[in-house]
Design a protein around this ligand. Structure first.
Ligand code: SF4
Length: 271
């Protein structure tokens, strides 16, 4: 992968574990399509799609999305109905609506300043940090639950600092490490974890104890989220669905701007 291969494989200064992390990523980092670009819009698309969806499922959606709408202005010109249709299967369609709104804002008035990215619809502190790190190369760690877990276990005294020019690599390395090695329930400490050397949590057998707790997810089966998902799937497939199919779920989709009522039927938004 060009970006990994061209990256300096050795950080000139800093903590040994940070250097190991950077060197390991340069050698073994995973190739994802969003790692071949520094385009802010592409990073925004990837990050929004990756929220709450597994990385392997996102790859074909990301590729298809970028082919269909390669710029924010291309996406801005699409109707919300088209956008929701392309999103079908990723779940949480509010993300698609917000991405569409963000694209329209970016196309109209440009990107906000780096410290005001959270003004974009659907962009919270994590996604703003991801854009700063993965598009701008800033030494900002996008701290999702995976990154927080690695930090808690491997750097309990605090992050020692990102060497100059390595913000992107460090951020991406944390993503790979948290997803493949330092996982929540089955950390692979002694199966080749690149940060095993000097890991006090592993040495002391306290890895799970040093894991931040996560809010338990409410049951999905039978939930409003599941019912909304069923209705959205039918809507994007069929184009219209009778509201009395599930009036409660239909009302929430209308309230969220993800569907509109036409007599006794739901339709996709037309704007
Ligand atoms: S050795 Fe274990 S706890 Fe330490 S960073 Fe690696 S996987 Fe995580």
């Amino acid at each position: 992968m060009a970006d990994l291969a061209s990256m300096s494989a050795s950080a000139s200064a800093g903590d040994p574990a940070v250097r190991q992390l950077i060197e390991w990523f340069a050698r073994d980092g995973t190739d994802f399509p969003w790692r071949r670009t520094r385009d802010r819009y592409a990073i925004l698309v990837a990050e929004v799609q990756l929220q709450s969806t597994q990385v392997a499922r996102v790859v074909p959606y990301f590729d298809a999305w970028m082919e269909r709408w390669p710029t924010a202005c291309d996406l801005a010109q699409a109707s919300l109905g088209e956008v929701l249709g392309a999103w079908q299967g990723l779940g949480y369609p509010r993300r698609a609506r917000n991405l569409h709104r963000a694209a329209r804002r970016i196309c109209d008035v440009g990107w906000p300043d780096a410290d005001r990215l959270t003004e974009l619809p659907g962009v919270g502190p994590y996604t703003a940090a991801a854009i700063r790190c993965f598009a701008d190369g800033a030494a900002v760690l996008p701290a999702d639950i995976n990154v927080m877990r690695v930090l808690s276990r491997r750097f309990p005294d605090g992050w020692p600092g990102t060497p100059d020019g390595h913000g992107w690599a460090v951020g991406q390395a944390f993503m790979d490490l948290g997803r493949e090695w330092c996982t929540a329930r089955a950390p692979r400490c002694d199966e080749g974890c690149p940060l095993r050397e000097g890991c006090a949590a592993a040495d002391e057998g306290r890895v799970l104890e040093m894991t931040p707790t996560r809010r338990s997810q409410s049951r999905f089966a039978g939930s409003l989220r599941q019912r909304r998902g069923v209705l959205m799937r039918e809507l994007t497939t069929l184009g219209t669905v009778a509201i009395d199919r599930d009036p409660g779920a239909a009302a929430t989709l209308i309230a969220d701007g993800l569907a509109r009522a036409a007599d006794d039927h739901l339709c996709l938004p037309s704007d």
